[in-house]
Design a protein around this ligand. Sequence first.
Ligand SMILES: Nc1ncnc2c1ncn2[C@@H]1O[C@H](COP(=O)(O)OP(=O)(O)OP(=O)(O)O)[C@@H](O)[C@H]1O
Ligand SMILES: O=C(O)C1=C[C@@H](O)[C@@H](O)[C@H](O)C1
Ligand SMILES: [Mg+2]
Length: 163
Amino acid sequence: MGAGKSAVGALLAADLGVQLRDTDADVEAVAGRPVATVFAEDGEPAFRALERAAVVDALAEHPGVLALGGGSVLDADTRADLVALRSPVVLLTATWEHVAGRLGDTSTRPVLASGSAGAEARWREVMAAREKHYAEVADHVVPTDGRTARAVADVVLRLLSLH
Ligand SMILES: Nc1ncnc2c1ncn2[C@@H]1O[C@H](COP(=O)(O)OP(=O)(O)OP(=O)(O)O)[C@@H](O)[C@H]1O
Ligand SMILES: O=C(O)C1=C[C@@H](O)[C@@H](O)[C@H](O)C1
Ligand SMILES: [Mg+2]
């Protein structure tokens, strides 16, 4: 959420001359509605089922850079697919202090808007619960605090020996 997957992914795709695909956009295309509307109208389990299907299709079909929805690692089959994947999986991290300003209106983010806690408390709770899942699937972890998206992309290229 706001770590820079779309921004950094677009830079990487341009650098590498490949396409960027984003599972959130794929879900929105299939559902014909924004992610937040799918959450509101159909519920999170329905969204996660669409997300899982989007991940399966993208892993099978897409040869370029893939941005995965922030919660896609909640699915055990997706985690197993990512662990088995021959392509590198890069985790972009950020602390609340840096990510808060990138998130924009948090009331439009279904995962942060749910429950009675404020956005910061909810974000910390969600990230703490997911930490082990992200660690399981990531081949590389790139902190983004204090780095521009361009600088993050350059770190990723160096890590993957693609510069
Ligand atoms: N390293 C960075 N430093 C500052 N701003 C950034 C950085 N990376 C991305 N941004 C900006 O923060 C916002 C969120 O970035 P982006 O949409 O790439 O995140 P995301 O991980 O794709 O989030 P989402 O959960 O919405 O898919 C955008 O306005 C983007 O331009
Ligand atoms: O972290 C999450 O659970 C989410 C992240 C976004 O990419 C979207 O998939 C959706 O807003 C849920
Ligand atoms: Mg994005």
